[in-house]
Design a protein around this ligand. Sequence first.
Ligand code: G
Ligand code: G
Ligand code: MN
Ligand code: NA
Length: 254
Amino acid sequence: LLLEEDIIRGLEAREFGVYFQAQFNSDSQLIGVESLVRWHHPKRGLLSPAAFIDVAEAAGIMSQIDSVVLLRSCEQMAKWTRLPAFSEITVSVNISPAQLYQHGFVEEVLNVVSDTGADPKRLKLELTESMLVTDMQQAIARMRQLKQAGIRFSIDDFGTGYSSLQYLQQLPLDQLKIDQSFVRGLPEDTSSLAIIRAVIAMATSLGLEVIAEGVETEVQRDILLANGCGLYQGYWYAKPLPAEQVEQLDIIDN
Ligand code: G
Ligand code: G
Ligand code: MN
Ligand code: NA
């Protein structure tokens, strides 16, 4: 079976689901999760997006995977409303380039939110710099419509794109995510630290929240904290996990 045909089969067989990676503040309180798609393949086991995203995008079927991810994420947020430690958390969903510009994207998001009972103010959509420059005016228009419903926006992998900083002024953003390639350099790499400091300073002065991803050690967390970044995601805290396992994490005060 070609991978493309296998993806279509897997979608019909409901083999696609999401894992959640927890996000914490400087008091190690759970403040959010990021949804990450996983394919529970009957023969190949658990597959990460690296194994299928490129083919799905090229075949024009990524939007079907995106729809599953958005629905599962909003359903889970609604379920978690009844669990005290999870009732206020944000849920961040990665948006693919084709999805943002697809006809009916705004309506789909708004419908999923209302159908599932998810709180739009706790839904964060993660965009990348490169997808925003494709058609900045269209992106801004769509983001504004979603923001009116309370939905928030984060720039994923911040600092790795080729876009100008001008877009930071123009886009209705809420959060920057410091890319894990910079965090990986800590503590030794002075240029990674310099970039991280600059991003934190810029985010703070623009009134944007800043979160670091790929935090793998306590030392990295401490450096980020000392430099003014108070939100963290990474293996030091938790790997991406199924919802039931996120609920059991020791670090969470249930
Ligand atoms: O989940 P993993 O840990 O393997 O993620 C690998 C890459 O796939 C990351 O760049 C991540 O942003 C992307 N990714 C993970 N889940 C999703 C998803 O649901 N939709 C999109 N568009 N990208 C995703
Ligand atoms: O591109 P995006 O940031 O959406 O993707 C997150 C990716 O980073 C996923 O593949 C996830 O599994 C991975 N990831 C999450 N935390 C860590 C970490 O602490 N270290 C490393 N190396 N990868 C991580
Ligand atoms: Mn992401
Ligand atoms: Na990233």
